[in-house]
Design a protein around this ligand. Structure first.
Ligand code: PMP
Length: 456
C-alpha cells in the first residue's frame, strides 16, 4: 500500500473530509448571517463592499454586529475572540476608550476642513516623541503614505527606481507590485489593469540577500529601498543578524534613501521596530493602528531629507504635487492620533501585549511539538504567526513555498468554529492591550484541538 499523500504533514484525504465538515458547520450555525447576505449583498461588486472580503476561508463572510476590546459579536450572536483585529487596524483593541472619547468630542466640532487644529500640533509632538525626529505628514492609508514617501525619494535623488524585497507588501502601491521570476523583476501576475512594465520603476531582490541588494544599488538608479523591518506579508521572515545594519550602510554608500514601513511592526514595542532595534530610516511610514483604528497614516522625513526636499521644492513648477488627499490630515485624525499615542500606545499596553504574545507563541509551539507537526511559530512583539512548514524562513521565495492555502483555510475555519478569529491572508494573531489571558488560552486549546484532528 502506498503512503498517503500529505499536505504540510496532513493526509490530504483527511483534510478534505474535515474541510467539508467544518464548512457545513459554519454555514449551518449562521442562518441570520446567510439571510442578511442573501438580502443585502447584491448591490456590491462581487457581493462584498471590498473584494478582499472574499478572501476569508469560510463559505461566506461573518457579518459583524459589534466589537469591543478583543471581542467581536456576529449577526448570529456568536461571541468571537478576535486575534485578527482588522489585520492590524485594531491592534490596540476595538474602540479603545480614549479614542472613542476623542471621536465623540471631535464629532461636535466638525469632521473635515483642510486646516489644522491645535490637536494637530500635539499630534506632531507625540509622533516625534514616539518615533523619532522626523518632519511629519498625515495621510489616510499606509498605501498613500508609501506612495508619497516614494515621490519624495525620487524627487530628492532624481532617480527612478524603488528597491523592494520579493514577497513584500506595502499597500496597493503599483511600483511595489513586482516579483522575482528567475532572477528578473516582473509585474505580479494578479495585478489588475496595470499595462506598464513596472521593472522600469522597481527592482526586486530577496530579503536577507545583501549581495543582491549591493548589485541592484550599484546600478545607481535606485531612489530608495522600501522595506518592512520584518517581512510580515508573506509567511513571516525575520531579518538575519546584521542585515539591517548592512542595508543601512549600503543605501548610504550608494546614495539611496531607506524607507522603513512600520505599519505591521508597530507590534514590536514602543516606537515600533525602528526604535526598539535602533534602525535609522531616512523616511518613516506607519499606518493602520497608529490612530487607534481611525483611518490614518503618518510619514516623516529626517531633517536632512526634509532640507533636500525644500531645495527640490524651490525648483518645482507650480501645480499638482501628487501628494496628499482631500480628507487627509482632518481633525478627527488629529484627535485620534493624540488619544492613541498619548493614552493607548503606552509602555504599559506594550508590556501586556508582549507578555500575552509570549504566552500565545509558547502555547502554539508546545502544541506543534506535542503533535509532531512539521510547522513553526514566529513572533514579532505582539504579532504571532504559525507557519505550516519548517523554519526559519530566509526570504520571500521560501515564504511563498511555505504558504499552504489549503491547510490554512481549514485551520482558520476550524478555529472560527471554536470561537477564535485569526487573520485571513496569513496565519497571523495579534495580542492587544484588551486581550485577556483566558482568550489566549482558549485559542491555544482550540489550536491543540485542530492539530489533534489534522495529525490524528
Ligand atoms: N504597509 C504594510 C507593511 C502593510 O502590511 C499594509 C497593509 N497590509 C500597507 C502598508 C497598506 O495599508 P493600507 O491597506 O491601510 O493602505
Amino acid at each position: 500500500m502506498s503512503a498517503p499523500e500529505l499536505v504540510a504533514g496532513v493526509p490530504s484525504a483527511r483534510l478534505a473530509l474535515i474541510a467539508e465538515r467544518e464548512a457545513r458547520r459554519f454555514a449551518a450555525s449562521r442562518p441570520r448571517t446567510r439571510a442578511a447576505l442573501e438580502a443585502g449583498a447584491a448591490p456590491f461588486l462581487d457581493r462584498v463592499p471590498m473584494h478582499w472580503m472574499k478572501d476569508w476561508p469560510m463559505p461566506f463572510p461573518l457579518v459583524v454586529a459589534k466589537a469591543e476590546g478583543a471581542r467581536l459579536e456576529d449577526l448570529d450572536g456568536f461571541g468571537i475572540d478576535d486575534f485578527c483585529l482588522g489585520d492590524t487596524g485594531s491592534m490596540f483593541g476595538h474602540s479603545p476608550a480614549p479614542v472613542a472619547r476623542a471621536i465623540r468630542r471631535q464629532a461636535r466640532r466638525g469632521l473635515t476642513y483642510m486646516l489644522p487644529t491645535e490637536a494637530a500640533f500635539q499630534a506632531g509632538q507625540l509622533l516625534t516623541e514616539r518615533f523619532g525626529d522626523f518632519r511629519w505628514q498625515i495621510a489616510t492609508t499606509a498605501t498613500d503614505a508609501n506612495r508619497f514617501a516614494l515621490r519624495v525619494a525620487r524627487a530628492v535623488t532624481g532617480r527612478p527606481k524603488v528597491l523592494v524585497f520579493n514577497g513584500c507588501y506595502h499597500g496597493t502601491v503599483d511600483d511595489c507590485m513586482v516579483t522575482l521570476d528567475q532572477g528578473r523583476t516582473v509585474n505580479r501576475p494578479g495585478l489588475v489593469g496595470q499595462v506598464a512594465d513596472l521593472s522600469a520603476l522597481a527592482v526586486c531582490v530577496e530579503f536577507n540577500d545583501m549581495a543582491a541588494v549591493e548589485a541592484a544599488l550599484a546600478a545607481g538608479d535606485v531612489a530608495a529601498v522600501l522595506t518592512e523591518p520584518v517581512m510580515t506579508n508573506s509567511c513571516m521572515v525575520l531579518p538575519e543578524p546584521g542585515f539591517h545594519a548592512a542595508l543601512r550602510a549600503a543605501t548610504r554608500r550608494h546614495g539611496a534613501l531607506l524607507i522603513i514601513d512600520e505599519t505591521h511592526t508597530l507590534s514590536s514595542g514602543l516606537g515600533g521596530y525602528t526604535r526598539v532595534h535602533g534602525l535609522e530610516p531616512d523616511i518613516f511610514v506607519a499606518g493602520k493602528c497608529v490612530a487607534g483604528g481611525m483611518p490614518t497614516a503618518v510619514w516623516g522625513l529626517t531633517p536632512e531629507v526634509a532640507a533636500r526636499f525644500a531645495d527640490y521644492e524651490v525648483t518645482r513648477a507650480p501645480g499638482h504635487s501628487g501628494m496628499g488627499t482631500t480628507l487627509s490630515a482632518n481633525p478627527m485624525q488629529f484627535a485620534c492620533l493624540v488619544a492613541n499615542l498619548a493614552e493607548v500606545m503606552t509602555a504599559e499596553s506594550y508590556a501586556h501585549m508582549e507578555k500575552g504574545a509570549e504566552r500565545l507563541a509558547a502555547g502554539l509551539s508546545a502544541a506543534l511539538s506535542k503533535h509532531g507537526a512539521p510547522w513553526h511559530v514566529v513572533r514579532v512583539g505582539a504579532r504571532v504567526e504559525f507557519i505550516c512548514a519548517p523554519g526559519p524562513l530566509r526570504n520571500g521565495t521560501e515564504a511563498a513555498a511555505a504558504h499552504q492555502p489549503q491547510v490554512e483555510a481549514v485551520v482558520h475555519t476550524m478555529l472560527l468554529n471554536r470561537g477564535c478569529l485569526i487573520a485571513p491572508f496569513h496565519n497571523m494573531m495579534l495580542v492587544s492591550p484588551a486581550t485577556k489571558k483566558r482568550q489566549i488560552d482558549r485559542l491555544i486549546a482550540a489550536f491543540d484541538e485542530v492539530l489533534t484532528e489534522l495529525f490524528g
